[in-house]
Design a protein around this ligand. Structure first.
Ligand code: ADP
Ligand code: MG
Length: 443
């Protein structure tokens, strides 16, 4: 449902609403609406008058949120165009002109604050560096260069710095800009013969935050202008923060530029670990005002691990489901809704035999103990941990997995999994032991 294009989503939305409202209501308020444009990010709807728009937003907002994209500011990505002369064909209707920017100072995403950034070992260092720069711009590390893969929170941290400075050091002027926007600004000013004005603007900033500097590669003329601005600011002790998908040394930029970027602190942001991913999931779930049982959060975090943006996509899907059905999200539902997002690749090589060996090693027992029937406390616990890991890591039916444990039943396996899922939340020792075994199993 949510994976389809907005145009198709509109049809599905109508089908959904039609079953839930009277024919008159449908005819009056929904039938006159037409889709006049749509992209994966946004849909433009034509309505005959403002009342239809208000009615739809007031009465169907929840359902709309489940069918259509949500912008990063939490608003629905739907534009309404009012067709006052009904005879004008839809294709003649123009998009409203973009609003002129009053000032080149950027808008920060209100959600990208330090408070909303969840820390873990993968990002603690870079978050601390970002906080230091925000509290002492130009005095801590200059420039601060943050690099890491897509969707790991670089932009979030840059905006976090911007917010923090705007809140606590109100007198400072901050510009947070993408490299693309910087280049566009430069091109525009070249056209308008106002480059000097632009240079003055940038060179009088207190803090310049530049995102996605990799887009400066192969743009020689712009690189020089950027480098000049950079040097002017640094020489005046003004703070520069840069984000990139690669470290400076791997960027195809001039040696001068690379050298400048390596002057300060280069900090790497990594893929968050399982526990951090769970914490991020729970934070984003709370922001969206629904809830997810902790084992289900673990289940998702364990299977969606490439980047946080993907995790957010998963949460949006679950949220949409919850809003439509009001049913609690169970592991089965999460699996159904998200299975194509899950990465199954490493699981295929894992066998029960491997799991038993690793768990036996961590608990200092023999594999035969785990396969046997002994009820000794340590042995029973280790056996349950092996069952828990087998269910987590092997993509097979419970019956098949259980039979590899010396003929246990699938309900024994499920019981073990539930018990350990609960215990791991309250026992740091058990959590560490499981992590050790798991690391070994996954190689
Ligand atoms: P990048 O710029 O590295 O590609 P973004 O900063 O755009 O990534 O992050 C992608 C999404 O993931 C954003 O919505 C951001 O809020 C979220 N995100 C990334 N890391 C974290 C984190 N540690 N805590 C909370 N949200 C995060
Ligand atoms: Mg980014």
């Amino acid at each position: 449902m949510l994976a389809c294009k907005p145009q198709e989503s509109w049809i599905q939305f109508l089908e959904f609403i039609e079953k839930r409202c009277s024919p008159a209501e449908f005819q009056n308020w929904l039938a006159p609406v037409r889709v006049i444009d749509s992209t994966n990010q946004e849909i433009i709807l034509e309505v005959p008058n403002i009342f239809v728009r208000e009615y739809i937003l007031e009465n169907y907002k929840e359902a709309l949120r489940s069918f259509f994209p949500i912008q990063t500011n939490g608003e629905l990505a739907i534009q309404f165009v009012i067709n006052e002369q009904k005879k004008v064909p839809a294709k003649n209707i123009q998009r409203p002109p973009p609003v002129e920017k009053e000032s080149p100072l950027c808008k920060l995403n209100p959600f990208y604050t330090f408070e909303n950034f969840i820390e873990g070992p993968s990002n603690q260092f870079v978050k601390t560096a970002a906080c230091s720069v925000a509290s002492r711009p130009g005095k801590a590390f200059n420039p601060l260069f943050i690099h890491g893969g897509v969707g790991l929170g670089k932009t979030h941290l840059l905006h976090g710095i911007g917010h923090d400075i705007q809140k606590n050091l109100k007198k400072l002027t901050v510009q947070c800009i993408t490299t693309e926007a910087f280049i566009n600004d430069l091109v525009q000013n070249l056209k308008n013969k106002s480059v000097e004005k632009m240079k003055n603007f940038y060179r009088t900033l207190d803090v310049l935050i530049v995102d996605d500097i990799q887009f400066l590669q192969n743009r020689l003329s712009f690189e020089e202008e950027f480098c000049n601005t950079f040097e002017t600011l640094i020489n005046l002790n003004k703070q520069i923060v840069i984000a990139s998908d690669k470290p400076p040394s791997q960027l195809k930029l001039s040696e001068r530029m690379i050298g400048r970027m390596e002057w300060g602190l280069v900090a790497h942001i990594d893929v968050p670990e399982l526990e951090t991913r769970v914490a991020i999931i729970q934070h984003k779930v709370a922001q969206r005002d629904f809830s997810l049982p902790q084992p289900v959060a673990f289940f998702i975090a364990d299977r969606v691990f490439h980047n946080v943006r993907q995790l957010e996509g998963a949460i949006n899907r679950l949220n949409a489901y919850y809003r439509l059905t009001k049913k609690e999200i169970t592991q089965e539902i999460a699996e159904q809704l998200l299975s194509e997002m899950f990465d199954h690749s490493p699981r295929s090589k894992i066998s029960v035999e491997n799991i038993l060996k690793s768990v036996a090693a961590v608990f200092e027992l023999r594999v035969s103990d785990l396969k046997g029937d002994s009820r000794l406390k340590e042995i029973a616990l280790a056996r349950q941990v092996a069952m828990y890991l087998a269910k987590e890591l092997i993509n097979e039916s419970l019956m098949k997995i259980a039979s590899s444990f010396g003929g246990k039943t699938h309900s024994t396996l499920l019981h073990a999994w539930k018990k350990i899922s609960e215990e791991v939340k309250v026992s740091p020792t058990l959590s560490r032991q499981i992590q050790m075994a798991r690391k070994n199993i996954e190689g």
